[in-house]
Design a protein around this ligand. Structure first.
Ligand code: CZF
Ligand code: MG
Length: 187
């Protein structure tokens, strides 16, 4: 199978996707294309599908895209797919402060991969969810909100984990396990 193209503007995502898909008995090779695609407003599934439709038109061929949401229980799932803009404006401290006065700091990270066979072909979605808690930042600030998200039962934020640890339980890993099965069935 020729490598599938992952369209993303985010180098950290690309690194993790490569690490995860190269693991195991059936490693999957991907190419990448760095494009910043306009993102619509909507549910995580609507955002993910629109991103993939646009990407497949731009590259005029099959591709995968990914959209990540960080959802706060107290805010009924928001910021969700808009976390990028919240993080950019209010930072780690602001994300924590947003939950002051609420009874729960529970949150979940949701990764939605989308695959399209080409322009006009409806994207297929693969979702992965990891439950956790929003905490004051701990660990190196290398990737987005990793320092403020502590997956349940680990006692560590994503940022405090080695990449091997994060890649065994992350939202991205869980979504990619589903995508891996699908891509292998296409061979
Ligand atoms: O700490 C983190 N750990 C993660 O595992 C993770 N995955 C994504 N993100 C951030 O959450 C927003 C998603 O927005 P997003 O899905 O639109 O991504 P993006 O615009 O950066 O790339 P892309 O849309 O071109 O693929 C962006 O701010 C990403 O940096 C993460 N932060
Ligand atoms: Mg984006």
């Amino acid at each position: 199978m020729s490598p599938i193209i992952f369209v993303t503007g985010n180098a950290n995502k690309l690194k993790e996707v490569r690490e995860i898909l190269s693991e195991g008995n059936h490693p999957i090779d991907i190419d990448s294309k760095s494009l910043d695609i306009d993102e619509i407003q909507g549910t995580t599934q609507e955002v993910a599908k629109a991103k993939c439709r646009r990407a497949t038109e731009l590259i005029n061929g099959p591709c995968i895209t990914e959209d990540t949401a960080l959802c706060f229980e107290a805010l009924k799932g928001l910021p969700g797919p808009y976390i990028k803009y919240f993080l950019a404006e209010v930072g780690h401290e602001g994300l924590n402060n947003m939950l002051a006065g609420f009874p729960t700091r529970d949150a979940w990270a949701l990764c939605t991969f989308a695959y399209s066979a080409g322009p006009g072909s409806e994207p297929i979605l693969f979702e992965g969810r990891t439950d956790g808690t929003i905490v004051p930042a701990r660990g190196p600030p290398n990737f987005g909100w990793d320092p403020v998200f502590e997956p349940k039962g680990t006692g560590l934020t994503y940022a405090e984990m080695s990449s091997e640890q994060k890649n065994k339980l992350s939202h991205r890993y869980k979504a990619l396990e589903k995508l891996r099965v699908f891509l292998q069935s296409q061979q």
